[in-house]
Every structure is written in structure tokens, then in C-alpha cells.
Design a protein around this ligand. Structure first.
Ligand code: NAD
Ligand code: KPL
Length: 304
């Protein structure tokens, strides 16, 4: 009954990639995880799959997995769930397997990866997805679905079919013909919250209690608003300040992904968040001193 469903490969078996893979296997979407090396693949096999806590109780899901170091059948549909800075090298490692004109859905925070991938492989059909699902990885090959959200997908002529295919169980993916707007709104939300929480080493909600951080947060938004007329994206930034403050309040207890990256010495997504905003502003001759300073401060931290 499900044999007509396309086969998806998922590159980036972290929290979000494992979340999609886990629901996919439970809802009969043929899916294969792509692990970075033969060594990771042996560890995965030893673990017996992904230990997934999707609705309170944990279950071991024996997912199909392959190593990026081995050749294999051609890949026609790829869900890319690496962090933004790892994307290009990850896709390059499987490029020989990526079919000509393959569909690649970028399910990530930040912007700028699409342009990098298209330089590497101009034939790819790249789509963007934006999600507010929440997942974390308590240990390798484990995932917890921590918060239900929604996911938008767009960027090409096949939005509807891809969104339908990637809707598995409670992960509902909705095609969005205005995905650029959703991406920009999410980008500004991340520009306002992520670098400040990483620099002040605080939870999202604590930004509201710190007058200096709050002033900077409003400064980030003011500068972003100056860009709005140049982006030709309609009313994309209307109500943005209120939306940022709502996200801060609704995720008050969260430690942002950038704070977590900085604290664990991983490279953060700053170049694809604040860095992207600053690059676009520069192309339009707009100064962004507050964002630029945050970018420089973040990049001066160890490991960045
Ligand atoms: P993660 O760090 O848990 O997962 C990324 C995975 O990519 C890791 O398992 C890593 O080993 C793998 N990877 C890196 N380089 C690779 C390579 N060369 N080959 C194969 N695999 C490679 O990150 P995440 O939390 O799943 O986030 C993924 C993206 O989704 C990020 O852009 C993040 O900002 C965004 N996001 C995450 C959440 C969430 O709740 N976790 C929510 C919304 C958006
Ligand atoms: O997307 C996020 C992140 O941490 O990357 C926010 C919305 C700031 C929630 O923590």
C-alpha cells in the first residue's frame, strides 16, 4: 500500500534528523539515515538503532542507515538536517550518490546554505523548510521529541508533494508559497535571541530581565527593520518586534541552540544567522553596527 512512496535519505542524524527518521519508520515512509563514517555506522548498529522518546515512552527503532564513506544507490530525495556550517562538507561527501536534479530539503536554522550547495551542484532542486518542532539528543543515537510545533516547506515547483511526503505522524509539513517570508522572520528571531543568550550565557527569558541585553535585542530588530524595504518581500517584518518578544516569552526556559553550541565548544550557526543578515545589509549599503558587533563578539569566542 505504501510502495509508491518516495525513498528519503536523511543527512544529519542529530536531534531533528533522528526525529524525522523515527516518525518516518513508524509511518511507513521509506527512509535511510546517512552517517558520517563507517565507524559511526558500526556504533549505530551496535546501539541497535535510534532510541526514540516520541510521546513519553522510549522505544528502540531499528532504522536503515548507511555510511557517507561508502557508495550506494542513487539518492533522489535528501532531507538535510546538519547544522548550517556542516552542510556543504556533508553534502559534498555524498555528492557522487546524489542523482542529477535530486530534491534537497534544507531543514535548518539560518540562511546561506542553499547558495553554497548550488555552487557545488547547480543541478540540485533545493527547498527550504522552517520548523518549530523541538527535539534534543540526550546521547548519541537517542532522540526526545520535546515540543510539538509546525513546519513550513517551500522554494520550488514540487512544494506540495514534498510536504505531503515529509508529513509523518504528528510532524505536519505545510507547503508555503511564501517561504522566503517565513525564513526571514525566523532569521531575525534567531538574530535577536541566539547571539545574546550565547554572550550573556542565559536562558531566553532572562534577556527580558537584563536591561543591557534587552536594549541590544531591540537594537538588532531596529537594524533588521531598516532592511525591510530593500528585500521586496512585502510586509515580511510587520509585527516582528512583538513576535520576537512572544518567542522569548514562550521559550523563556530554553537554552538557545547557539548557547548550547558555545558551551559545548561546537561551531555555532552565527555565520548563517547574524553573519547572513550582515552580508545582505552590506549588499544594500545598510550599516548594522549592533549586529556586526554581536557577530564579532561571537566569532571571538573559543572554538568559533
Ligand atoms: P544536531 O547537532 O543534533 O544534529 C546535526 C547532526 O549532523 C549531528 O548528528 C552531526 O553528527 C551530523 N553531521 C554533521 N556533519 C556531518 C557530516 N559531514 N556527515 C554526516 N552527518 C553530519 O542538530 P539539530 O538540533 O538536529 O539541528 C539541526 C538543524 O535544525 C540546525 O540548523 C538547528 O538550528 C535546526 N533546528 C533544531 C531544532 C531542535 O529542536 N533541535 C529546532 C528547530 C531547528
Ligand atoms: O530557534 C531557537 C534556537 O534556540 O535556535 C529559538 C527560537 C531561539 C528557541 O530557543
Amino acid at each position: 500500500m505504501t510502495s509508491h512512496r518516495s525513498h528519503w535519505h536523511i543527512l544529519g542524524a542529530g536531534a531533528i534528523g533522528s526525529l524525522w527518521a523515527s516518525y518516518a519508520v513508524k509511518h511507513d515512509l521509506p527512509t535511510t539515515l546517512l552517517l558520517r563514517s563507517d565507524e559511526r555506522l558500526s556504533q549505530f548498529k551496535m546501539a541497535g538503532g535510534i532510541l526514540a522518546t516520541l510521546a513519553g515512552s522510549a522505544e528502540l527503532l531499528p532504522l536503515a542507515a548507511e555510511s557517507c564513506e561508502q557508495n550506494g544507490p542513487p539518492i533522489a530525495r535528501l532531507l538535510l538536517t546538519t547544522k548550517a556550517p556542516d552542510s556543504l562538507s556533508a553534502v559534498a561527501s555524498i555528492s557522487p550518490r546524489l542523482a542529477s536534479g535530486a530534491c534537497v530539503v534544507l531543514l535548518q536554522n539560518g540562511l546561506g546554505v542553499r547558495e553554497e550547495l548550488l555552487k557545488l551542484r547547480p543541478d540540485l532542486q533545493c527547498y527550504h523548510a522552517v520548523t518549530t518542532e523541538g527535539a534534543f539528543r540526550p546521547a548519541p543515537f537517542q532522540v526526545v521529541h520535546a515540543g510539538r510545533g509546525r513546519t513550513l516547506l517551500g522554494g520550488g515547483s514540487n512544494d506540495k508533494a514534498l510536504a505531503r511526503e515529509l508529513s509523518v505522524g504528528p510532524l505536519v509539513v505545510t507547503p508555503d508559497p511564501n517561504i522566503e517570508q517565513a525564513l526571514w522572520r525566523k532569521l531575525i528571531i534567531n538574530c535577536a535571541i541566539n547571539p545574546l543568550t550565547a554572550l550573556y550565557r542565559c536562558r531566553n527569558g532572562e534577556l527580558l530581565d537584563n536591561p543591557q541585553a534587552l536594549q541590544q535585542l531591540h537594537g538588532v530588530i531596529d537594524e533588521a527593520l531598516c532592511l525591510a524595504p530593500h528585500l521586496q518581500l512585502g510586509d515580511v517584518f510587520d509585527g516582528l518586534r512583538e513576535q520576537v518578544l512572544d518567542v522569548v516569552a514562550n521559550t523563556a526556559l530554553n537554552r538557545s541552540s547557539m548557547l548550547q553550541d558555545i558551551e559545548s565548544g561546537r561551531r555555532s550557526e552565527i555565520d548563517y544567522i547574524t553573519g547572513y543578515l550582515c552580508r545582505v545589509a552590506e549588499q544594500h549599503g545598510i550599516a548594522m553596527p549592533i549586529n556586526r558587533q554581536l557577530l564579532e563578539q561571537l566569532k571571538a569566542l573559543p572554538g568559533q
